[in-house]
Design a protein around this ligand. Structure first.
Ligand SMILES: [Zn+2]
Length: 679
């Protein structure tokens, strides 16, 4: 039997071969299409229409999820080919489902029927979300407008692709090749080795050693941070901030694509009956209006401002007194910052990671979840995809299993970079029985060497806690319907709450002290080292915060206030005069490479980074108030935030936990910006 078609228990990792993929996916697609056809004819009730469709879609999603998962963590030529072969038909299926008008009508009929009021709040929310997504996809438009709406979206997709291609082409086109070794002073050895290799790849030159630097981050950043040659830094800075602008090749200039994207986004919003793109972007988010977001950002900017001014003054003074830089310029910021950081907090990752061996960190992290949420986590056996993988069970106090997860922590060639949590199985009730959730916890941490446990840097530990936070959101849910169980259906700007929340514990003495021990001597983490880690964390946090707020205000105003024919650059200048403490040179063309909002999914959404951070910091502050390991506060966080998933608005969940609206004070305090208690 094809292991991808077995849904009776855990995925049969270890048995899945590339040749299983196409037959299983084709069959599940056919079944799902049949289910759609039946749903189109069914009575518009939950049992007759939503549930059978959910069942078919869940089977497809689970099987395809296993294939995509293996593609990400154990890539091989055979699997890649199988994945790419089935990908288009799977994508087509989901796209068609989202545009299926017959289904839209069924959802609408269900919404208008007497059954709707009798549904559970979770199910009502699933119906509402479905209708919302159909509407935002243009399902309700009259025929002529629908054609235009589709055309606008196609043009937008093309323009976004063109925008990124221009950025990429402009990035790739620039390089500086140096032959004079004196100009390399300060640049770290590994960056120099990479530059040397890059120059060699281009040819032997005249036999003399040469070094090639580019605008790709691993090449560009070390120059900006460490190169003592100020002219070299200026050249690299200017090249970076004028990418895809009128200063480069005309065919890579993003000025016109930006204007066209803004015009088309406005047009699509007007067709849907909104005033601007920002209003559309906010519909599925927690923030309600552009004005609310701008008010939030401006308030945060006001509070961070004096700290940013202090950071800037320190930097200027340090550069003048110790680096001989009379006027600090944009190409000096990173360099002066690094020098100041080194002078002030001279400890290394190497020193810190001796206290974070894996066999202390992992049990420490599990103990934390056990203390806060009253669960027990124990290792168990399950078929896995690689010998590195470990498998764990989560049980409640009564010993009942509530979830399971795989942890695949070490980097290897066959694994995609980065760290993530994803869902293998979501919690739901089906035929009277509860299906418990299963998570994948994936990282790219260093593996053990030399017979010692793996050693993690503090950043590694934060990453692990972050992904575990997403995992707990999935595993501790009590929701019984797909669509709002776990992370599903949670607003986009609130989904990072549980993960960023967990990061806070990595900065807490009460958590680290019992967890950390020196890998060789078993000695506890020295308090002095911990204090220096905290101080380094908040280094120049005022400037960092204002920079993020500047981008977020620009993004929100651009998509809500600005006449599409006005200049994005002029708006950015205005925003900078309002928000920024350090002003860039006039030739800076930041918008021309701001891919997050012109090519990524962050348009009128860049504020989400700070928004979710306010929620997570404020939620964590409740633990600081009651004791960071207080089980009572933990139980409330579990019940009101983690357990409810997307079954109610995130703001309601936050209020239920905190007893009030979110406040920014905790975020400021965690960034070293102490605010007086507000009245
Ligand atoms: Zn995350």
């Amino acid at each position: 039997m094809n292991p991808l078609l077995d849904f009776s228990a855990l995925p049969r990792y270890g048995e899945i071969e590339p040749e299983h993929v196409a037959p299983a996916i084709d069959r599940l697609l056919a079944e799902a299409r049949d289910a759609v056809k039946r749903a189109e004819q069914a009575n518009p009730t939950w049992e007759a229409f939503v549930e059978p469709l959910d069942d078919a879609n869940e089977r497809l999603a689970r099987a395809w999820g296993q294939v995509a998962h293996l593609h990400a963590v154990l890539d091989s030529p055979g699997l890649r080919a199988a994945y790419n072969e089935s990908l288009p038909s799977v994508t087509q299926y989901w796209t068609a489902l989202g545009q299926n008008l017959a289904l839209f009508e069924k959802y609408r009929a269900l919404r208008e029927s007497s059954e709707y009021a009798a549904l559970s709040p979770a199910r009502r929310r699933i119906v509402d979300h479905a209708l919302r997504d159909f509407r935002l996809g243009g399902a309700e438009l009259p025929a002529a407008q629908k054609t235009r709406f589709a055309r606008v979206h196609e043009e937008l997709a093309t323009l976004s692709a063109k925008f990124s291609e221009n950025v990429l082409d402009a990035t790739n086109a620039f390089s500086v090749v140096l032959e004079d070794e004196r100009r390399l002073a300060g640049i770290p050895a590994d960056a120099l080795a990479a530059a040397r290799e890059a120059a060699l790849k281009d040819g032997a030159g005249n036999g003399k050693p040469r070094w090639k630097f580019t605008l790709h981050m691993p090449s560009w950043l070390p120059v900006m941070q460490y190169a003592e040659d100020r002219a070299l830094r200026e050249t690299m800075y200017r090249a970076n901030v004028t990418r895809a602008s009128e200063f480069g090749k005309p065919e890579w200039n993003n000025t016109q694509p930006i204007a066209a994207i803004l015009r088309l986004r406005r047009e699509a919003a007007l067709l849907l009956g909104y005033r601007n793109h920002a209003e559309v972007s906010l519909v599925p988010k927690m923030a309600r209006t552009p004005g609310e977001v701008l008010g939030f950002l401006r308030d945060l900017a006001k509070r961070a401002r004096s700290y940013a001014e202090r950071d800037a003054a320190e930097l200027r003074e340090f550069a003048r007194a110790e680096l001989g830089i009379a006027t600090l310029e944009a190409w000096d910021y990173a360099y002066a910052s690094e020098r100041l950081r080194k002078k002030r907090f001279d400890f290394s990752d190497h020193e810190v990671k001796q206290y974070f061996p894996e066999d202390a960190v992992l049990p420490g992290m599990f103990r934390l979840a056990e203390t806060l949420y009253g669960v027990r986590i124990s290792q168990a056996q399950a078929p896995a995809w690689h010998e590195d993988v470990r498998f764990f069970e989560v049980r409640d106090r009564a010993g009942e299993r509530i979830g399971q997860f795989y942890a695949d922590l070490y980097a290897r060639d066959s694994k995609r970079g980065g760290a993530w949590m994803d869902e293998a199985i979501a919690r739901r009730r089906k035929n009277g029985r509860v299906q418990t959730p299963v998570a994948h916890l994936i990282c790219n941490l260093p593996r053990p060497v030399g017979g010692k446990p793996a050693l993690f840097t503090h950043d590694d530990v934060i990453t692990l806690f972050h992904e575990f936070g997403h995992g707990l959101h999935l595993l501790l849910t009590r929701v019984e319907d797909l669509g709002v169980s776990g992370l599903s259906g949670v607003e986009w700007d609130a989904v990072e709450l549980p993960s960023q929340f967990m990061e806070n514990f990595c900065w807490q003495w009460e958590v680290l002290a019992p967890m950390c021990r020196h890998v060789d001597t078993g000695a506890p983490l020295p308090r002095g080292l911990f204090e220096r880690m905290i101080a380094a964390k908040n280094f120049q946090s005022g400037l960092d915060m204002l920079r993020q707020i500047e981008f977020a205000v620009f993004d929100m105003r651009l998509h809500s206030e600005v006449d599409p024919d006005a200049s994005a650059l002029e708006l950015l200048d205005e925003v900078r005069r309002e928000i920024a403490v350090l002003l860039p040179p006039a030739y800076n063309r930041f918008p021309n490479a701001f891919s997050h909002i012109f090519a990524g999914g962050y348009s009128a959404g860049y504020y989400s980074y700070k928004w979710a951070e306010v929620l997570s910091a404020d939620a964590y502050a409740a633990f600081e108030e009651h004791g960071v390991l207080d089980p009572g506060t933990g139980a409330r966080f579990r019940d009101e935030v983690l357990a409810v998933g997307g079954s109610r608005p995130a703001l309601d969940s936050f209020r239920a936990f905190r007893g009030r609206e979110p406040q920014v004070d905790a975020l400021l305090r965690h960034n070293g910006m102490i605010v007086a208690p507000s009245a």
